[in-house]
Design a protein around this ligand. Structure first.
Ligand SMILES: Cc1cc2nc3c(=O)[nH]c(=O)nc-3n(C[C@H](O)[C@H](O)[C@H](O)COP(=O)(O)OP(=O)(O)OC[C@H]3O[C@@H](n4cnc5c(N)ncnc54)[C@H](O)[C@@H]3O)c2cc1C
Length: 461
C-alpha cells in the first residue's frame, strides 16, 4: 500500500466512523470503474451517511487539496465517477432514505443514494408518477441521475431529470451545506442555482438531498410496434406523429443493424429486411389514449408501414418491448467490445443523422448499430469492435470524432444524457465555444477554488 493511501485512510478514519473508510487494494479496485472501461484507482474510499459527514470530508479535502470523486452506483457511461486523479471516492449510495412522499404538494424528498427504480415503485404505490426512466433504473441512484441529468424513453413527452428537480441540498467544497429551491413550483428568487448543480457531473458540489416533482399517474396506456421497410418511412412517421398533434409517452427507433443483432441473439421473428422499427407508447385518459393510438396507426399506414401491432395485454406489451430492451445484451454478444455514444440532434435531423452514421460506418469499415429516442432526437450509435485490436481501435476513434462532427453540423451536440466526464472531454471544443468554456471554468473556480471536486472531468481544468 502506498504512503499516500495509508496516510489518507488513517486521516479519514479520524473524520468518519472507521468502518466507513476503506483502503485495501481490493476495495480500491472495486471503486476504480464505472460503466465505461476506464479505470483509475482511488487512494481511499469514504462512505458518507449524512450531509455533515460529506461536509467534514470536503473541508478536509479542500484544506489538504485532495481530489474527491462523488459516486452513486457507478453505472455512469462517461467515466464521471472514475477517480482519474486518485484521491477519495466519496460514496453516497448508503444515503438511501425516501424521506417524504408528499401527495398534497405532489413532491418527494429523497437522499441521493435511493435507487431510481425503487423510488419509482414507491411513488407509484402512492398513486403518482416519476417519469425519468434511464435504462439503468434498477441500479443507478437519484443523486447520479441528477448529477448527469439522466433521461430515458419518457423524455419525448415528460422531459428528463432536470424537469423534476425543484430543490437540492448541496455540500460545497468549502464544507458549507446550502439548501436551494424547495417545494415551490414557481420560484424566481435570485439565480436558478438548483439547475446550476443539475448535470454538473459531481464537479461543483455533492448532492445530499433532493426535492423532486411528481405527476399524477396516467390511468391508461397503449403500446404499439411499427415495422418499416424503409428508414425514411419511419422518420417521416416520427415527424408526422408530432405534427399530427400527438406527443407519445415514448417513441423509440431501432435501425436495421439493431434488428439483426436482436434477431441473431433472440430469434424473435423480426424481419431482417426491415430498415427500421418504431416502438411507440401513448398514455393518459382512456379516451385520449384510444384516439391517439388511432392517429398513430393511420400515420404509420400512410407512411407505408410493413406491420403494425398494438398490445392488448400486459404480456403483449412486454413482448413488444422485448426487442428494444434486448438491444444492449444483443450487441454485447455480437462482438467483444462495444462503444456506445449518445448524440443529441434536433428531432427533424434524425433521418440525416442516421444516414451520416451509416456513411461513417462504411467509410471506417465498422459495424455501427443505431437505436435511441427518435421522439426527442437522442440517438445511441454503438460501435461494435474489439478493444484488443489496436488498428481497428484507431478507426473507431476516428469514427467517433466523425460522428460528433456530423452531429454538431446538424445542430446537435455531444451528449443527450450520459454527460461528458472523461470520455467525451477531448471533443468539448467541437460543441462548446472558448468563451463559454471559460465561463464554465470561472464558475467552477468560484465554487471550488482548489479544484478538489472531480478534477479533470468535463474539461482539462
Ligand atoms: C446498462 C446501462 C444503461 C444505461 N441507460 C441510461 C439511460 O437510458 N439514460 C441515461 O441517462 N443514462 C443511462 N445510463 C448511464 C447511468 O446509469 C446514468 O448516468 C446514471 O444517472 C448514473 O447514476 P449512478 O448512481 O450510477 O452515478 P455514478 O456513475 O456513480 O456517477 C455519475 C456522475 O454523477 C456524480 N455523482 C453521483 N452521485 C452524486 C452526488 N450525490 N452528488 C454529486 N455528484 C454525484 C459522479 O461524480 C459522476 O460524475 C446507463 C448505464 C448503464 C450501465
Amino acid at each position: 500500500m502506498g504512503t499516500m493511501t495509508r496516510a489518507l485512510g488513517a486521516e479519514l478514519r479520524r473524520i468518519l466512523p472507521p468502518a466507513q473508510v476503506m483502503d485495501s487494494i481490493e476495495d480500491r479496485t472495486l471503486y476504480a470503474y464505472d460503466g465505461t472501461s476506464i479505470k483509475a484507482l482511488p487512494d481511499a474510499i469514504a462512505q458518507a451517511r449524512s450531509a455533515a459527514e460529506v461536509a467534514a470530508v470536503l473541508r478536509f479535502a479542500t484544506e489538504r487539496e485532495v481530489p474527491v470523486v462523488p459516486r452513486g452506483a457507478g453505472t455512469g457511461l462517461s467515466g464521471g465517477s472514475v477517480p482519474a486523479q486518485g484521491g477519495i471516492a466519496l460514496v453516497l449510495a448508503g444515503m438511501r432514505n425516501i424521506k417524504e412522499i408528499d401527495t398534497g404538494s405532489m413532491m418527494a424528498v429523497v437522499e441521493p443514494g435511493v435507487i431510481t427504480g425503487i423510488f419509482q415503485k414507491a411513488v407509484e404505490d402512492a398513486g403518482m408518477f416519476y417519469p425519468p426512466d434511464p435504462a439503468s433504473l434498477n441500479y443507478c441512484t437519484l443523486g447520479g441521475n441528477i448529477a448527469e441529468n439522466a433521461g430515458g424513453p419518457h423524455g419525448v413527452k415528460y422531459g428528463v431529470t432536470k424537469d423534476y428537480v425543484l430543490g437540492l441540498e448541496v455540500v460545497l467544497p468549502s464544507g458549507d451545506v446550502v439548501r436551494l429551491g424547495g417545494k415551490q413550483i414557481k420560484n424566481v428568487t435570485g439565480y436558478n442555482l438548483v439547475q446550476f448543480f443539475v448535470g454538473s457531473e459531481g464537479t461543483l458540489g455533492v448532492i445530499t438531498e433532493a426535492t423532486l416533482r411528481l405527476l399524477p399517474k396516467p390511468p391508461a396506456k397503449k403500446t404499439m410496434l411499427a415495422i418499416f421497410d424503409r428508414l425514411d418511412g419511419a422518420a417521416e412517421a416520427v415527424a408526422s406523429i408530432m405534427a399530427g398533434g400527438v406527443i407519445p409517452a415514448t417513441l423509440e427507433i431501432m435501425d436495421q443493424k439493431s434488428i439483426h443483432c436482436v434477431e441473431d441473439y433472440l430469434k424473435l421473428g423480426l424481419p431482417r429486411d426491415a430498415e427500421a422499427i418504431l416502438l411507440i407508447e401513448v398514455d393518459g385518459m382512456p379516451v385520449a389514449v384510444d384516439a391517439e393510438a388511432e392517429v398513430i396507426g393511420r400515420i404509420c399506414r400512410e407512411q407505408g408501414v410493413k406491420s403494425f401491432q398494438t398490445a392488448k395485454s400486459k404480456q403483449e406489451e412486454e413482448a413488444l418491448w422485448k426487442a428494444r430492451r434486448s438491444i444492449s445484451p444483443a450487441i454485447s454478444a455480437a462482438r467483444p467490445s462495444k462503444i456506445g455514444e449518445d448524440i443529441s440532434v434536433p428531432r427533424s435531423a434524425i433521418p440525416a443523422m442516421v444516414r451520416e452514421i451509416q456513411r461513417i460506418a462504411a467509410e471506417y469499415r465498422l459495424p455501427i448499430v443505431i437505436f435511441g429516442h427518435a421522439g426527442d432526437g437522442n440517438l445511441h450509435p454503438n460501435i461494435l469492435t474489439d478493444r484488443r485490436d489496436h488498428q481497428e481501435m484507431e478507426r473507431v476513434e476516428q469514427a467517433i470524432g466523425a460522428i460528433f462532427e456530423a452531429a454538431v453540423k446538424l445542430g446537435g451536440t455531444l451528449s443527450g444524457e450520459h454527460g461528458i466526464g472523461l470520455s467525451k472531454r477531448p471533443y468539448m471544443d467541437l460543441a462548446v465555444s472558448a468563451p463559454v468554456q471559460k465561463l464554465m471554468a470561472d464558475l467552477k473556480r468560484a465554487v471550488d477554488p482548489k479544484n478538489i471536486l472531480n478534477p479533470g472531468k468535463i474539461w482539462r481544468a
